[in-house]
Design a protein around this ligand. Structure first.
Ligand SMILES: Nc1ncnc2c1ncn2[C@@H]1O[C@H](COP(=O)(O)OP(=O)(O)OP(=O)(O)O)[C@@H](O)[C@H]1O
Length: 276
């Protein structure tokens, strides 16, 4: 009971931007888009430049740690420049906390597509999506960063293609140096302690897991059959099977994102070529 009251009090203290309020003297809030572990994302209208924005506000109850994570996200996003990664419009800090305004993407998450809309991915579609994502991820790596949170809720499908969002856990490759990148207690933020080394292999492994999510969308388990490993449950080509092993860390690791893209492109080309 006491814990429930505490959680309610924290949620009340964090909800400081009701619909109609103004953030940074410019972004008019309309509704909540999502509530994460350290931030609340609000749909707003930009009264200065027009258009819709997603404003991520650090939860006041997360105090300095929330502020620091938002500053990290800002630092990483400022180093990127990609049409399918939302750009920063503004960043600010005030007595209510810090906030980060990003271009709004009117898309649905890959999680919603699979679980709410029942979308099914075959091998070819999975390869196409993975390649599109890897193209965004390779930009992040080329700029010297790792995302470290590549998961199905952090991919948005919009009419023009796939967007990569949520750089809240992203870091410079190797971890980064200086006060902004010093270790902090993620568990105090209610987030799991990250055991992932800040290298590109962590992101490639996450891409492998996302591909499994896509491929499992078309899997129909036999009633009453015992659970088996993915290699037995999914009926995959041997080449995709080998790629997944490499991504997931049980095969020869890829030297870089480009190698992985080259291999997947070759498999996709074979998939598209009609058999004899
Ligand atoms: N630029 C954007 N355009 C549209 N929607 C967005 C955008 N950024 C975030 N969202 C929405 O807000 C949700 C939460 O965003 P995000 O994952 O960045 O927050 P978070 O606080 O880091 O969450 P978590 O702790 O779950 O990782 C997303 O799942 C998405 O629905």
């Amino acid at each position: 009971m006491l814990n429930r009251l505490r959680r309610f009090a924290a949620a009340w203290r964090d909800y400081r931007h009701p619909a109609g309020s103004l953030i940074g003297g410019r972004f008019r809030t309309e509704r909540v888009l999502g509530i994460g572990s350290y931030g609340i994302v609000l749909y707003c209208r930009d009264e200065k430049e027009g258009g819709a924005v997603a404003v991520k506000v650090a939860k006041p109850t997360k105090a300095d740690a929330g502020r620091r994570l938002l500053a990290r996200e800002r630092e990483v996003l400022s180093g990127l420049d990609h049409p399918f990664i939302p750009a920063i419009r503004a960043y600010g800090e005030n007595r209510r906390g810090s906030w980060l305004a990003l271009d709004y993407i009117a898309g649905r998450t890959l999680e919603d597509l699979i679980f709410a809309e029942g979308r099914r991915f075959g091998e070819r579609e999975c390869l196409e999506w993975a390649l599109e994502l890897l193209e965004r991820v390779s930009h992040v790596h080329d700029r010297g960063f790792v995302h470290l949170d590549l998961r199905i809720p952090n991919v948005l499908l919009e009419a023009n293609g796939l967007y990569l969002i949520d750089f809240g856990l992203a870091r410079p490759i190797g971890g980064g140096s200086g006060p902004l990148w010093e270790e902090y207690d993620t568990e105090a933020l209610g987030m799991p302690r990250s055991l992932r080394p800040p290298g590109i292999q962590s992101d490639l492994c996450d891409i492998g897991h996302m591909m499994l999510f896509m491929l499992y969308s078309a899997y129909e388990p036999e009633h009453g059959a015992p659970e088996r490993v993915w290699e037995e449950e999914l009926d995959l080509s041997s080449s995709l099977h080998a790629v997944l092993h490499r991504l997931l860390g049980s095969g020869k690791p890829y030297a870089g994102t480009a190698d992985c893209i080259a291999e997947l492109t070759g498999i996709l080309a074979d998939c598209r070529t009609p058999g004899p």
